[in-house]
Design a binder for this molecule. Structure first.
Ligand SMILES: CC(=O)N[C@H]1[C@@H](OP(=O)(O)OP(=O)(O)OC[C@H]2O[C@@H](n3ccc(=O)[nH]c3=O)[C@H](O)[C@@H]2O)O[C@H](CO)[C@@H](O)[C@@H]1O
Ligand SMILES: C=C(OP(=O)(O)O)C(=O)O
Length: 436
């Protein structure tokens, strides 16, 4: 088990350049499989999920040259082969399922391991994916340890309207439609910044795609996709994380941010905790509003209601940011309700927060209330297998003078490269230790 030792109590100060967004990098890596031309990707982060997918590509015979020092990946799926009887896709990561369209389009067959669930956030069904694959003409069979998929000839273009705006289902639909035998339309498409970045990459490869960033995507299938050179944008999750770390420790952190237009709702959410975000000359900065330097929940104008943060599919506040704001809620004086409208199992870590002396109450599977501003002390806590919860626990620890331990913090490595080193550069000592 990988644990993090946090020596908290120092304000974080300085400038930081965030990495790319894991949830843009992974679908884009999967998308490269649709093309037999050379592709260069810039800004590829050194994270475990990326390494797992690159390892699979190497095993399948693709040319993969990854230099994590420069972040440049040269990838060429020219001599790629796939045998569903032998080859396996990476487990414990949701993104594996996005390798299916590339495998089906090139080899007429694919498989999915049972454990493609990713973070343990509650029910993470694969039914919407199976439905998409079937609509494109795939025959899907259940195996003892996963799913087997076969398709004869080209994928069949179709129109589809999903139950809800699912990020990876939308990406899988686009991946299937790009080389299908006609025009396809998806209604209720997801439109998160990482979905938009993925669609831009598909357009660079030559996919004919309209409606980018909206809930209606139209894709006109083409004969083949080309190659190209693509640079990743900064990860909004990481930008928010560093800004929140600055806020919770009473520091002064500036984070490079080329897309402040994505931030109005995020900024308003910070403001509910007494943190003001400003964007200037490509940098975002967090500062505490109260003259005494303390975080305070902004009272709602309407009397007798709880101030609240609601997370749902974009353009709502993204659910993956909710734990970061829960950490601010523990610290800020006042009460705040957090409402996760997506997952039914993402909030069950209040008992870990209470080990710091925090008061957080789980109202139901989707809602938590923090009664913040209580005295906190260092603690040894254990993170569930949820990337952003490990980060939230680390944030609370960083705000408390003394030594805390975050057990099972390895999920952070799935999304944030050199995280401990980066925080160290900003003034808080954080060390990885292997323990049990
Ligand atoms: C690799 C990747 O990109 N992972 C992200 C992706 O996962 P992923 O694409 O798996 O998430 P989905 O958007 O499909 O939603 C996950 C689950 O939430 C439930 N659900 C979701 C929306 C809704 O309106 N109703 C509903 O019930 C479903 O059980 C679904 O299985 O999007 C999630 C939601 O932003 C993020 O947490 C994940 O980090
Ligand atoms: C939940 C996440 O990832 P995944 O869907 O890959 O588990 C995440 O990025 O926060």
């Amino acid at each position: 088990m990988s644990n993090l030792i946090v020596h908290g109590g120092n304000p974080l100060k300085g400038r930081i350049i965030p990495s790319a967004n894991k949830n843009a990098v992974l679908p884009i890596l999967c998308a490269t499989l649709l093309s037999a031309e050379p592709i260069r990707l810039r800004g590829v982060p050194e994270i475990t999920d990326v390494k797992k997918i690159l390892e699979v590509f190497r095993k399948l015979g693709s040319s993969v040259q990854m230099d994590f020092k420069t972040g440049i990946l040269d990838i060429h799926h020219r001599d790629t082969h796939f045998d569903p009887a032998v080859d396996r896709l990476p487990e414990e990561m949701r993104s594996s399922i996005m390798l299916v369209p590339g495998l089906m389009a090139r080899f007429g067959a694919a498989r999915v391991e049972d454990d493609v669930k990713g973070c343990t956030l509650g029910a993470r069904e694969i039914d919407p994916h199976v439905e998409v694959f079937e609509r494109f003409g795939a025959r899907v069979e259940r195996l003892a340890d996963g799913l087997s998929l076969h398709v004869a000839g080209k994928l069949r273009a179709n129109d589809h309207w999903t139950d809800y705006a699912s990020v990876t289902t939308t990406e899988n639909f686009v991946l299937c439609a790009a080389l299908a035998d006609g025009s396809s339309t998806l209604m209720n498409a997801a439109s998160e910044p990482h979905v938009q970045e993925f669609c831009q990459f598909m357009q660079m490869l030559g996919a004919k795609l309209e409606g980018l960033g909206t809930s209606r995507l139209s894709i006109h299938g083409v004969e083949r996709l080309g190659g190209g050179d693509f640079t990743f944008a900064e990860d909004f999750h990481e930008i928010v994380t560093f800004l929140a770390l600055g806020g919770i420790t009473g520091g002064d952190v500036q984070v490079k941010n080329s897309h402040p237009e994505q931030f109005p709702l995020i900024d308003r959410t910070f403001a509910k905790f007494g943190v003001q975000i400003t964007h200037e000359d490509g940098w975002s900065r967090a500062s505490i509003v109260a003259p005494d330097g303390r975080l305070k929940v902004k009272e709602p104008f309407t009397r007798n209601i709880l101030q609240k943060v609601e997370a749902a599919p974009w353009p709502y506040l993204p659910v993956d940011l909710l734990p970061i704001f829960v950490a601010l809620g523990v610290k800020a004086e006042g009460s705040m309700m957090f409402w996760n409208k997506v997952y039914d199992g993402a909030m069950g870590w209040t008992s870990e927060l209470s080990k710091f002396g925090a008061h957080a109450f789980l109202s139901d599977p989707h809602r938590m209330v923090t009664f913040g501003g209580k005295p906190l002390s260092p603690a040894e806590v254990e993170s569930p297998y949820i990337i952003r919860v490990a980060i939230a626990l680390l944030m609370v620890a960083a705000s408390i003078p003394g030594r805390s331990v975050i057990r099972n913090a390895a999920p952070i490595r799935r999304a944030h490269p050199h995280f401990a080193e980066n925080i160290g550069k900003l003034g808080v000592r954080v060390e990885w230790v292997e323990g049990d």
